[in-house]
Every structure is written in C-alpha cells, then in structure tokens.
Design a protein around this ligand. Structure first.
Ligand SMILES: [Zn+2]
Length: 341
C-alpha cells in the first residue's frame, strides 16, 4: 500500500472509530473490535476496503450493497444508520469506478433506501437501463424468509456483482439467530442477506462488511473479540442463548462508531486512492440525504424517533465527521511544501 494512502487510511480509521455513546452502551467496544480486525487484516481498514474494491470493480459491472436494520414496531422503515453510508459509497464507486450500485434491502425499506440514494445524486433505474445511464443505481427487495437462498443465487447470476458490501446489516449467530444490539432477536422482516454473503464466499466474490456493534454482517471476522468485549456478545437475552456475535465474516471488515461513518471513511479512501477528493459527498448532500431518509420513514436507531439524527448524534455531527474526512484527504494528498518562515 502506498505510504501516503496508508497514512490517510490510518487517520480515516481514527475518525470513523470515534465512539459517542451514553454510559453502559459499550464505549470501549469498537476500539477492541478494531484492534482485533487490524491484527487480522494488518492495513488501515477503510483504505484496505477501498483498495480491494478498486482492484476488482470494472466500469459497467455491478457492486452489490446490502443495508437495512429495523424492527417492526420501533423502526418499521429502518433506521438512519446504513442507508446514508451505503449511498455515499455507491456515489463514489459509480462516479469513480463506473460501477453500477445494486442495493438490496428489506422490501419495507426499498422506498427509504431509494430516496436516500436519489438524495446522494444517483438515479434509480432497472439494471439494463442502469448499464446505459451513468450515475444510476438499482434498488431491490431481499426476502426475509426461506426464499433468501434461491433469490441470492438468482441475484448473483443476474447481476454478476464484482464485490458485495454490507453496511449496518444484521447477521445471524452460529445457530442462525440474528439479534439487535441489546441482545434481543430481530423481527421477522429482517432480510436474510447472509445468504448473499455465504454464496459470495463459496464463489470467491470480494466481500466487505461495515459494522458498529458486532452483530452486523462482516463482524464474524472478529467473532472472538465480539463475544469477549460486547455486552450480550456471547450470551443474548433470547432463548437461543448463543449471543449476538454474528458468524458472518467478510474479506475486509470496517469498524466504526456509527456504521455510516465507516461508509464515509471508505468513500473518502476511494476518493483519495483515485486522487479525486470531490468523490466524497458534500455537506449539502449529507443534510439532504438525512432529510430524505427520515421523510421516507427512517428513525434514529438509538431512540426510535424520526429526528434528523443518527445513532443518537445530530446532523451537525454527521457533517462535521464528513468535513474532517474531507480535510484528511484533500490536505493529505497535497504535495510537500516548504514554509517560508
Ligand atoms: Zn439469542
């Protein structure tokens, strides 16, 4: 890995792993999970994800992005964490690598993910039109029942994704039960996206996971650390008793204080790698995405309220994180200069 990009990646990782949580919700967990991931993957995680993605994506080919976390009563159209990070990466990959983003999410969240992607500046088409029209994406429902495996096969055959990304997408534990971060089983509407990742692993498609608790697809890469450090990681609050740590691993895992920030970190790393800082979305777009995500039903995952916030932090924190990342890549890419004083 190029030394400049490595340094930028280290700083993007530091930014996106900042933890802003109340007492008792695991303020130190992400630091431990991050250390475990670095031990395994060596390189800065955001930059590693970007480099691996750019290594396999070709113009006109699909990149599949799974997102969507909710629970029927409290988050019936999903939450504000996930869709924005997914859309930010999709924008950078579409405009930087010519990839066609194919989002998969719960049928109930399709409108929400599509509205967020549109707010990012992406058009929405069917796949054939998306191949002809630059800067467009596809948004598909993914099943929550036993048809997940055949549909995963159908999607992979049809769209031939070169890489598959999960961001804030809950995955099952070793006995097949997926849990919320508080140790309770997820609702019946959870799209069983692990079927896509299991298939990708069996046919050697690059996979990237982004998570902020340890129960998200990708965190199986550091399952021992999740079981050790995350409350309910090894013992959940449901009859399965096997903990919230997911079994689903990915080739690259990005950890973040809020999953969206991990997505922005990967987008920033993509922008830096391509020498095009403008590929990281603007603060205006960030605000618009959050408004559209909430307007179409998403709620803050920490409160269940339909407010302009993500995981308990207000919109200004999201744009501040974004601007810090932008400074890291734009200034970090500038050539060396001597001060005249
Ligand atoms: Zn359980």
């Amino acid at each position: 890995m190029d030394e400049t990009l490595r340094n930028i990646g280290e700083n993007l990782d530091r930014l996106c792993t900042v933890t802003v949580r109340p007492q008792g919700t695991g303020q130190a967990v992400i630091r431990h999970l991050y250390d475990a991931a670095r031990e395994k993957l060596r390189d800065p995680l955001t930059m590693l994800a970007a480099q691996r993605l750019l290594g396999v994506l070709r113009p006109g080919e699909a990149v599949m992005i799974a997102t969507g976390a909710g629970i029927e009563d409290f988050l019936p159209a999903g939450e504000t964490d996930g869709p924005l990070g997914a859309a930010a990466m999709a924008w950078a990959l579409a405009n930087g690598a010519g990839a066609i983003p194919v989002f998969v999410t719960e049928a109930e969240y399709v409108e929400n993910v599509a509205a967020t992607a549109l707010a990012a500046g992406l058009g929405r088409r069917d796949f054939d039109a998306a191949r002809r029209v630059p800067g467009t994406c596809v948004v598909l429902p993914f099943p929550a029942d036993d048809t997940a495996e055949p549909v995963a096969r159908q999607y992979v055959d049809r769209y031939q994704p070169q890489a598959i990304i999960a961001i804030e997408k809950l995955g099952p534990n070793a006995v097949g039960v997926a849990h919320t971060a508080t140790g309770l089983p997820t609702g019946k509407s959870r799209a069983r996206a692990e079927a896509i990742f299991d298939l990708a692993a069996s046919c050697d498609i690059l996979t990237v996971g982004i998570g902020d608790n340890g129960n998200e697809i990708g965190c199986g890469t550091v399952i021992d650390a999740v079981r050790k450090y995350k409350e309910h990681g090894a013992v959940c609050r449901c009859p399965c008793g096997q903990g919230i740590a997911t079994r689903v691993a990915t080739d690259v895992l990005v950890l973040a204080g809020t999953s969206n920030w991990g997505g922005y970190g990967v987008a920033a790393a993509l922008a830096a790698s391509l020498g095009r800082p403008e590929l990281l979305h603007s603060a205006d777009v960030e605000r618009f995405m959050l408004q559209e995500c909430v307007r179409t039903g998403a709620a803050d995952g920490s409160s269940g309220r339909h407010t302009l916030s993500v995981d308990g932090t207000p919109g200004i924190v999201q744009t501040s994180m974004l601007e810090m990342m932008r400074a890291v890549i734009t200034i970090g890419l500038q050539p060396p200069r001597k001060r005249p004083f």
